[in-house]
Design a protein around this ligand. Structure first.
Ligand code: AMP
Ligand code: ZN
Length: 151
């Protein structure tokens, strides 16, 4: 869809650090991570909210999200906890109107120590994007784990 940043990423017209892709969904690093290894999983088909997606695609999206969580844990990211989050619609603070599941590993001293940081994130007031090289390294580390996890 025109003017959708996630559709631009899916089409290869906008940069992204890709973790996983199949014929239904794409996983890539969040550009403003709330924890090391913060990943977004999106359906390839543009849809704003979950009820617009066919049931099989919804199920698949969360299946892949679980695989990403396993890959993060295999790397030791989020060992003490992770957020698995989907803001489904503007009233739920959805900033990008294309369905996406967040998988956010938490660490003792990560980027989300306070509610104010979360507020800045969900209102889109967050500061600079994380360097692409760092996101690429994280994506590569996750990609290496996935063959062991996805069968
Ligand atoms: P939400 O508030 O659930 O809509 O979250 C949108 C997420 O998309 C935020 O965590 C942003 O940091 C992330 N985001 C926005 N643009 C990009 C982009 N070009 N590449 C990667 N992540 C993005
Ligand atoms: Zn889109």
């Amino acid at each position: 869809m025109a003017d959708c940043i996630f559709c631009e990423i899916i089409a290869g017209r906008a940069p992204a650090s890709i973790v996983y892709q199949d014929d239904t969904c794409l996983a890539f690093m969040d550009i403003h991570p709330l924890g090391r290894g913060h990943v977004l999983i999106v359906p390839l088909e543009h849809a704003v909210q979950l009820p617009e997606l066919p049931d099989a695609q919804r199920t698949h999206l969360f299946r892949v999200a679980h695989h990403i969580l396993d890959a993060q844990r295999a790397l030791g990211w989020g060992k003490r906890g992770s957020h698995i989050l989907l803001n489904d619609g503007p009233q739920a603070n959805q900033m990008v109107p294309h369905i996406h599941v967040h998988i956010i590993p938490r660490e003792k001293r990560d980027a989300l120590p306070t509610l104010s940081r979360l507020f800045l994130h969900i209102t889109g007031l967050m500061g600079r994007a994380t360097a692409r090289t760092s996101l690429d390294e994280q994506a590569s580390a996750l990609r290496q784990q996935l063959p062991e996890i996805i069968h």
